[in-house]
Design a binder for this molecule. Structure first.
Ligand code: BMA
Length: 384
């Protein structure tokens, strides 16, 4: 420092810098995509404001299928199906506020997802959710473009898909098919429907081909950045909010190790399932909820529990005695439970299921938001 005045300026600059690193709370969040559509911008800004009101409840494939009171499967695409059926609504009286959809096999140009839901129907459900004023989030368990095996293939192949790699063209073809679907999500006026896109999830685990032990940090980041740039720039998709969602993370450094950068992420979350006596679940929640809260604040992103649940819900009071207390004290955008896929594989109660009464209580908690409290907010058209 050359003189007192400059020293003062230096200190002020330092204070500003420190202020910036300790991240003052922003009044509004802007999407990572600078060209995001107006509806997408409004949605993110509103979801951020909604953090003060409570946590939205989400359910994977809620409108597509579920279980009857006898515990048998019902399918929305069956000829006898009642339109608009939802296990969450049947139990709690309102639709979820968030709906998860799975696009695995869209990359193969298949008519149905890997969970047997026709893509034409998923398109309708996303529109239905948009008209309800709810939020759709999209996962993608895509096959491995290198060897045609499933998402659960664990061979080291990410390097082959990157630009210059031998399977790059194949991967681009997969992205083209994904883009065709994402680009077909339109509202009544032809506007693109915003969705939360959550690719390459649970990457801190190693059960998918994009998992931690199956690619390097640099490869993972490059895969993410290439994918998002391609969707934005080549495909001109500007209706995507991007969710980075880990499985278990030891600490914040581990959580952020493969973070592709603020320009490629809007939502930070993790997936945590309850099993056994719940020890691992509790540990994961008490470790990772503070991590995503801190990361969301420092990076100006939206925190979420992107997947959770207790398969087959054998504990009748799981909702109010385990899930709700685990979330208490945290501001989260949404909590999504996985699909009611089979009589032995479901995560939301159906009428008569052991935890149904407790779920009703959970759904009526003042901090839990179902569609009845979110629809009136008009997340896409009004600024809260
Ligand atoms: C898994 C299970 C599978 C399903 C996959 C993708 O956790 O539910 O049955 O195919 O998610 O949705």
């Amino acid at each position: 420092m050359k003189n007192k005045l400059l020293q003062g300026v230096g200190l002020a600059a330092l204070a500003l810098l420190l202020g910036a690193t300790s991240s003052p709370v922003r009044a509004q969040l802007a999407p990572a995509d600078p060209a995001a559509t107006p509806e997408t911008k409004r949605l993110l800004a509103n979801l951020y404001k909604l953090l003060d009101k409570g946590v939205m409840f989400g359910h994977q494939d809620d409108l597509a299928y579920g279980l009857t009171p006898e515990g048998q499967r019902w399918l929305a695409s069956a000829p006898t199906a009642k339109p608009g059926r939802s296990d969450v609504r049947s139990v709690a009286g309102a639709y979820p506020a968030v709906f998860g959809w799975e696009l695995g096999h869209v990359e193969l140009d298949s008519a149905r997802s890997l969970d047997a839901v026709p893509f034409a129907r998923i398109r309708q459900y996303v529109r239905q959710v948009y008209e309800l004023g709810g939020v759709s989030t999209i996962s993608w368990h895509l096959d491995n473009p290198h060897d045609g095996k499933s998402a659960w293939d664990t061979t080291r192949t990410v390097r082959y898909l990157l630009p210059g790699g031998p399977d790059h063209a194949k991967y681009v073809q997969y992205l083209d098919r994904l883009s065709t679907f994402l680009g077909s999500l339109k509202g009544a006026k032809g506007e693109a429907i915003p969705v939360i896109f959550r690719p390459f999830h649970e990457h801190t685990g190693s059960w998918f081909w994009w998992g931690e032990k199956n690619c390097t940090v640099a490869e993972y980041k490059q895969l993410w950045q290439f994918t998002i740039s391609y969707l934005r720039e080549k495909k001109q998709l500007h209706n995507l909010l991007l969710a980075y969602s880990a499985a278990e993370a030891r600490d914040q450094a581990h959580y952020l190790e493969r973070y592709p950068g603020d320009a490629y992420v809007d939502v930070v979350g993790f997936d945590a399932y309850y099993s056994g006596d719940g020890t691992a679940f509790k540990k994961q929640m008490t470790t990772e909820l503070p991590i995503i809260t801190a990361v969301a604040r420092a990076h100006h992103k939206l925190p979420t529990l992107s997947e959770t649940g207790f398969e087959r819900l054998p504990a009748a009071d799981w909702w109010t005695k385990t899930l709700l207390p685990a979330l208490a004290g945290y501001r989260l955008s949404y909590v999504l439970v996985w699909r009611n896929g089979r009589p032995d594989h479901y995560y939301a109660p159906y009428p008569g299921q052991a935890s149904a009464a407790d779920f009703k209580k959970f759904a009526r908690d003042k901090n839990v938001l179902l569609s009845d409290r979110v629809t009136p907010l008009r997340l896409y058209s009004k600024t809260l």
